[in-house]
Design a protein around this ligand. Structure first.
Ligand code: AP5
Ligand code: MG
Length: 215
């Protein structure tokens, strides 16, 4: 089973991806996490991606596609894509790559959340520096301020979660990623989910869709 999670910045892709990849034993591929790890380790990829990410712009398709192909080359499990594809060009390239390997995207899960909610969610997000667990200071705070419940790591505000960069990311989403809604509707594997519900309810709604797809 290969799944794409699509939605606004802050729509809950990462939160759902962690739950669903455990539940369905899928390989979780978050291009955002890959770039942040590369930036933290000061690799050549990180140096190239950093300027785009800090401005809230998309990393160029060519670089993203190289990263994805490298990640998928030896993986045999089903894949859960989080934050990829993000442009029609990326979606076409993924379709070609999968088709040539006899695979397909089984479901595109669109987390439908209004713009106002994502702005407040992103401003209150904190992420564990060690295990990447995602918190929200308003709706899902850690038991101990600033410390991850799961691993004891330090919780950080993401560098691209400042108000000005959030605004750019939303504008970029509308211009470059929203066209994927029409692309995947036409492909017939598009499943909108009410992403404004509580995380567990969103997860059970997605699970219901995935169970019908695999039946
Ligand atoms: P990326 O890391 O993918 O960021 P994003 O798409 O902007 O999405 P976020 O990670 O901010 O949000 P999310 O949907 O994962 O929400 P989360 O679960 O954390 O990309 C970052 C950058 O990398 C891009 O801007 C771009 O520069 C570059 N990049 C990455 N992929 C690329 C690609 N394919 N092509 C080109 N460039 C690329 O939740 C957010 C908050 O809400 C949290 O606090 C959480 O606790 C809370 N929350 C989650 N669900 C709920 C709920 N149901 N109810 C209440 N609160 C909730
Ligand atoms: Mg994310």
């Amino acid at each position: 089973m290969n799944i794409v999670l699509l939605g606004y910045p802050g729509s809950g892709k990462g939160t759902q991806a962690k739950m669903l990849s455990d539940k369905f034993s899928l390989f979780h591929v978050s291009t955002g996490d890959i770039f942040r790890e590369a930036i933290a380790s000061k690799s050549a990829l990180g140096l190239e991606a950093a300027g785009y990410i800090s401005a809230g712009k998309l990393v160029p398709d060519k670089l993203v596609l190289e990263v994805i192909k490298a990640r998928l080359s030896t993986e045999t499990r089903g894949v859960l894509f989080d934050g990829f594809p993000r442009t029609v060009e990326q979606a076409r390239a993924l379709d070609e790559y999968f088709t040539s390997g006899g695979r397909r995207i089984d479901a595109v899960i669109f987390l439908d959340v209004d713009e106002g909610s994502v702005v407040s969610r992103l401003s209150a997000r904190r992420t564990c520096k060690e295990c990447q667990k995602i918190y929200n200071l308003l709706t899902s705070p850690p038991a101990k301020e600033g410390i991850c419940d799961a691993c004891g790591g330090v919780l950080l505000l993401r560098a691209d979660d400042s108000p000005a960069v959030i605004k750019n990311r939303i504008a970029v989403y509308k211009a470059q990623t929203e066209p994927l809604v029409a692309y995947y509707k036409a492909a017939g594997n598009f499943h909108p989910i009410m992403g404004g519900e509580a995380p567990d309810k969103v997860a059970s709604d997605i699970t219901a869709v995935l169970e019908t797809r695999t039946r």
